[in-house]
Design a protein around this ligand. Structure first.
Ligand SMILES: *Cc1c(COP(=O)(O)O)cnc(C)c1O
Length: 712
């Protein structure tokens, strides 16, 4: 925080120039960089693009309130120092602006005094933006205390006693180790007791995220989900789980002795997870599910993935009002930013007021789309719970030695999102995503022959979450409910050719897995690859250069594809793994070969049906897991799965959601599930390197897959 901007007019009279020059010298002496923007516009750009700007000095007579208002819009806390001619009326009390503004007059020989005030202002600013736990941690590190406690590396010094340890130490630098401190520092409080600065951090986060209470979780939303589920669903109760859930919730069901019933989402033609229809939240449908499930009673706890993996957000206001379940949990691992832009209003767990008689939980992977260390996660609660009991569940899943670096980064992520500076970050992400979407559409009209498409309404305007309307065709869903689901513009799904909106496979096509491998070879990692779609996330770290690189690489893929280059050239990594198979193959042959297989199996239909029916629950995941622990399992080939009780969760990736859960049986009614699995295996057999990763199924030497089932 060592940059100071000075904004004066170009033709400033000498009585203004001289004092500023004098002040400049003092500031430079103290180690500040002084920058002179050309204009107001230039100054605003500098502030926006350089968060290290620590203060702005400007001529009040020329720039005045108009400048202040625009700076406040970017960062209402930035210290501003207006220099005015003595005669100016300094009346800003009339405005509503939130400002950090001080005044000086143009005087010679006072620069030392003026600088002291400016320097104090900058220090106060830095102190103000650093949140409480982080501040306490910095202070602790600065105090350089000599400890005899854990961690054993003692501020890094243990590493320095070993050659490899020193290499490791040098890679990270000293502060990582100094800030990795033991839980026995009373001045930092405790995460497990929620005391001291840890408590302040959680209170700060709750305020920023509009929650009644928030908890910092240092081992991911995988853990946050289990903490909430274990608290909200006692043994013997029934829980209602989104079938498109993260595997941490399957693990919850294996750990807790509960009976699950499922929300059944739909899928569209593109294989995009469509979210849960409105009817699934109604009393009638839930009662039907209870009647079909042995030992099920009215659920005490329900969990919904919001947003879905493809960026669909629900009308959470409607769900909160309609779903008659006391503990309502939104797994929002992918959307920790919804509280910071008005377009998400009414579409996330902590939005709006407390619902009488209900408790709403929202779990978020702070590390996934905000800036925080891996595993940083938050639980937000709206409503009243017994915090002592909740904390038992929290501690059950939390190490007694949490990483303070993760705690601090979770808190800093919240601090970054506060106020106008945070809103701007989200606005910029949205803007970048919108520009990228527009570029793809533009290239599509300008390019000869085929080009990629993007999954979005036919006309998009402004930053908004786009509703999936029953009357619209673009989304490809059958029977979608009105006012129920919305597409988050930050989640960009790019479509490859080959599949129509109605879900039929065209004569030719380019399966997305090929494009994904190409991008990977060019240093671009795709978030998720579907059959004919690729998902990209425009998180706050994405800048213009990254977005341009993605566009350029997609264009280069098209060029190479149209020239029908060899696989060897287009996909070198794939070639290197299977050189003899791909030696002479060309890219179009590979694409059409896989596409033909998809057509042969009629992939869209198959996928739709595989997720339309659920296998039958013969025992709960908990009971099945107990059998596994007692070794009451055997292995069978996947083809022989019908009628067997599955022991593990079977989860093909993509799409990355469980297809069969422990304790479930694929029956003749649900044989589509098996057909889908067999098709995934078949594609991998024909084209090495294109195997679907199937969690819970084990590839044998003969290329067939086995799964674990419960012994009869
Ligand atoms: C990633 C994810 C999780 C788990 O979060 P981690 O922070 O990786 O532990 C939970 N739920 C959903 C929906 C996810 O996508």
């Amino acid at each position: 925080m060592k940059t100071i901007l000075i904004l004066t007019s170009n033709d400033a009279p000498q009585f203004k120039v001289e004092p500023i020059q004098e002040l400049h010298a003092v500031m430079a002496e103290a180690g500040y960089d002084v920058v002179y923007p050309d204009s107001k516009c230039d100054a605003l750009k500098l502030i926006e693009q350089n968060p290290r700007v620590a203060a702005v000095l400007f001529d009040w007579d020329d720039f005045g309130l108009a400048l202040c208002s625009e700076i406040s819009n970017l960062n209402e806390k930035l210290p501003l120092f207006g220099f005015a001619n003595q005669n100016t009326v300094l009346d800003v009390s009339l405005t509503e602006l939130r400002l950090n503004l001080n005044f000086f007059e143009y005087h010679l020989d006072q620069s030392e005094d003026i600088f002291v005030t400016i320097d104090q202002g900058i220090r106060a600013y830095v102190d103000d933006i650093v949140p409480p736990f982080t501040k306490a941690l910095f202070k602790y590190v600065e105090s350089n205390k000599y400890t005899f406690c854990t961690p054993g590396h003692l501020g890094g010094s243990a590493f320095l006693k070993s050659p490899v340890g020193s290499v490791f130490y040098d890679f990270y630098g000293p502060n990582v180790f100094k800030a990795d401190v033991s839980v026995s520092m009373p001045e930092l409080g405790s995460l497990l007791d929620h005391s001291g600065p840890h408590r302040e951090a959680e209170e700060y986060i709750a305020k920023v995220f509009n929650a009644t209470n928030s908890y910092i979780v240092t081992n991911g939303t995988s853990t946050a989900n289990k903490i909430v589920g274990m608290f909200a669903a006692p043994a013997g109760s029934t829980i209602m789980v989104d079938r498109n859930c993260h595997k941490s919730l399957t693990h919850l069901m294996m750990m807790s002795n509960v009976t699950p019933i499922y929300f059944r989402p739909t899928r569209n033609a593109y294989g995009i997870l469509g979210g849960i229809p409105k009817s699934e939240f109604t009393r009638e449908v839930i009662e039907e599910k209870i009647a079909e499930t042995p030992n099920a009673t009215w659920p005490t706890y329900a969990v919904v993935t919001n947003s879905t993996y493809d960026g669909l957000l629900y009308n959470t206001e409607w769900i909160k009002k309609t779903l008659d379940v006391k503990h309502m949990h939104f797994d929002s691992a992918w959307v920790p930013y919804t509280n910071f832009h008005p377009m998400y209003q009414g579409k996330y767990g902590m939005s709006g007021e407390t619902v009488p008689g209900k408790v709403v939980y929202e779990t978020q992977s702070t590390h996934k789309l905000l800036a925080a260390f891996s595993q940083a996660s938050m639980i937000h609660i709206k409503g009243q719970v017994d915090h002592e009991t909740f904390n038992e569940s929290f501690m059950m899943h939390t190490s007694t030695s949490p990483q303070y670096g993760i705690v601090a980064s979770t808190e800093v992520a919240a601090a970054m999102m506060k106020g106008n500076a945070g809103r701007r970050l989200i606005e910029n992400s949205v803007e970048r995503a919108l520009n990228f979407r527009k570029e793809i559409k533009k290239l599509r009209t300008e390019t000869k022959g085929w080009f990629f498409d993007v999954w979005q309404p036919d006309t998009i305007d402004g930053p908004d979450c786009w509703p999936l309307k029953p009357t619209d065709g673009w989304h490809g869903f059958k029977n979608i409910d009105a006012d129920h689901m919305y597409l988050d513009p930050i989640k960009v799904t790019v479509l490859t050719p080959g599949m129509s909106k109605q879900g039929t496979l065209e004569d030719t096509g380019i399966p997305a897995s090929i494009v994904s491998k190409y991008l990977d070879d060019h240093g671009i990692v795709v978030e998720k690859t579907g059959p004919y779609n690729l998902l990209f996330l425009f998180s706050i770290g994405i800048d213009k250069s990254k977005s341009l690189k993605l566009l350029r690489t997609l264009t280069e893929f098209k060029r190479g594809y149209d020239l029908n280059l060899k696989v060897k050239v287009m996909l070198p990594s794939l070639y290197n793994e299977h050189p003899s198979f791909y030696e002479d193959m060309r890219i179009q042959d590979l694409a059409q070969g896989i596409h033909k297989l998809m057509r042969k199996f009629n992939l869209p239909e198959m996928m739709y049906h595989a997720f339309e029916v659920l296998p039958q629950q013969e025992m709960t995941p908990h009971q099945a897991f107990q059998r596994v622990l007692k070794d009451q399992t055997e292995e069978v080939y996947v083809e022989e799965l019908v009628g067997q009780v599955n022991a593990n969760m079977i989860l093909p990736y993509p799409p990355g959601v469980p297809l069969v859960l422990p304790g479930e049986v694929i029956t003749e009614d649900s044989v589509a599930v098996l057909d889908f699995l067999l098709m995934l295996i078949e594609v991998g057999k024909h084209y090495p390197g294109f195997d679907t990763d199937i969690h819970g199924a084990y590839k044998q030497d003969d290329g067939r897959y086995k799964v674990k089932v419960i012994k009869r």
